[in-house]
Write a protein that binds this ligand. Structure first.
Ligand SMILES: *Cc1c(COP(=O)(O)O)cnc(C)c1O
Length: 404
């Protein structure tokens, strides 16, 4: 029996078909390519009940992932992260049925590991010897480490003020790392120029190869499986390049076609920071594409993407599910990060925290109702961002006194 039912790649703008079993970038129109599967055969081959018996990692959905052979999997144990009830935070926000999918628990400490696991595995299967990417930090760290696991080379370029820990992960993995005095788009131009001169390297920038998206869509499959093959009312996602929210939407549509879920879809919410909110600006006017956001800056580094290649797909996901987009300030998201750790013991990343701040505002405006089941994606571990918390604890002398 086939391990994957991947049938072809499809241009996300024109629908044009492309061959799947060769190294692929973007379509002739310069748009992201989407992996398509023979879902009818998947439906005849596997059921949710079969999936329940498989190991708890993202490869449990292998029929709808691109890898042809199980033996080609490059894994560090990614996937099947907990879907945690948050009773204390839910009460505080007036959303008692609040859940958090905690991606801080995957290898490398951010959900980027999902995209790296599937992307690197598939690249290696197709004979790629080196991967190259611009990044805001977490993606580069994940791809560098998974490339090391695959015995592949990696070339990573990131803004010089990206989180130091992500640079250290690259260095530790033996990646070829460059710091760029600029934003992720500037790093992207340098990487593209280098790849053009190198044999055996593939450029794996956000949505410029089709398989990172496939890894990230597994968050959508997992949420539904963990709820007993049911969808929540609302999903909030911190949106930068948009791969996560596009992937969750893609997973939902695939599961509908497979008959694994019904007609109803959750409303998808793209959460951004006010310092970089191109999707929020687009939704305000009902636009189908975003305009580059000027002077982008936020402590939530992973969502500092002024103009995403897949912006139209993010906007599709929002409009098609009757979702919305909302931005919060850095002060609001840092306060939310602190509050969640105090109320629930979960120390999450600033990007994930932005979703809790956003949920508070959506609940206040009535966009989210009290009875609704809400899933927040926490995309990374708080411990990757030590600078987001100030320590002003009293310093004691050895013979000092702690108040009794
Ligand atoms: C990359 C990143 C995001 C944004 O993800 P996209 O899927 O590209 O929108 C959110 N949070 C963290 C921690 C990230 O590293």
């Amino acid at each position: 029996m086939a391990y994957s039912f991947l049938s072809h790649l499809e241009c996300s703008r024109t629908g044009e078909r492309y061959e799947a079993d060769q190294v692929a970038g973007t379509s002739a129109a310069g748009a992201p390519l989407l992996a398509r599967y023979d879902l009818e055969r998947v439906r005849e081959t596997v059921t949710p009940r079969d999936i329940a018996t498989r190991p708890p990692d993202l490869w449990r959905y292998h029929e709808v992932l691109p890898l042809r052979e199980a033996g080609n999997i490059v894994s560090l144990g990614e996937g099947m992260t907990p879907l945690l009830p948050l009773p204390g935070q839910g009460k505080e926000l007036g959303v008692p049925k609040l859940l958090m999918k905690d991606e801080g628990l995957v290898p490398t400490g951010s959900f980027k590991a999902r995209g790296a696991a599937v992307g690197v595995s598939r690249a290696a299967e197709l004979g790629v010897r080196g991967v190259a990417m611009p990044t805001n930090g977490n993606a580069g760290a994940a791809w560098a480490l998974y490339a090391a696991r695959a015995g592949m080379k990696s070339l990573i370029a990131m803004p010089a003020d990206a989180p130091a820990i992500t640079m250290k992960e690259c260095v530790a993995s033996g990646a070829e790392l460059y710091r760029v005095d600029g934003l992720i788009g500037d790093a992207g131009k340098l990487v593209a120029a280098a790849v053009a001169r190198r044999e055996g390297y593939q450029e794996v920038s956000t949505l410029k190869e089709p398989y990172r998206l496939e890894g990230k869509k597994t968050m959508g499959y997992e949420i539904v499986e963990q709820l007993g093959w049911r969808v929540p009312d609302v999903i909030l996602y911190p949106t930068g390049g948009g791969v996560g929210i596009i992937g969750i939407h893609k997973a939902l549509l695939e599961m509908q076609e497979l008959g694994w879920i019904g007609e109803k879809l959750p409303r998808l919410v793209a959460v951004q920071a006010t310092g970089c909110a191109p999707i929020v600006e687009a939704v305000k006017t009902g636009a189908r594409e975003s305009v580059p956001f000027p002077d982008a800056h936020t402590v939530a580094f992973g969502i500092t993407v002024p103009k995403a290649l897949g912006d139209f797909l993010v906007l599709d996901a929002v409009y098609a599910t009757e979702g919305t987009a909302i931005a919060v300030t850095d002060d609001e998201l840092l306060a939310a990060q602190q509050q969640l750790a105090e109320l629930e013991g979960a120390f999450i990343c600033p990007e994930g925290a932005a979703c809790f701040a956003a949920l508070g505002q959506l609940r206040e405006s009535g966009w989210v109702g009290e009875d609704e089941e809400v899933v927040v994606l926490n995309t990374g571990a708080g411990i990757k961002y030590p600078e987001t918390v100030e320590v002003d604890a009293p310093l004691l002398a050895k013979d000092g006194v702690i108040p009794g």
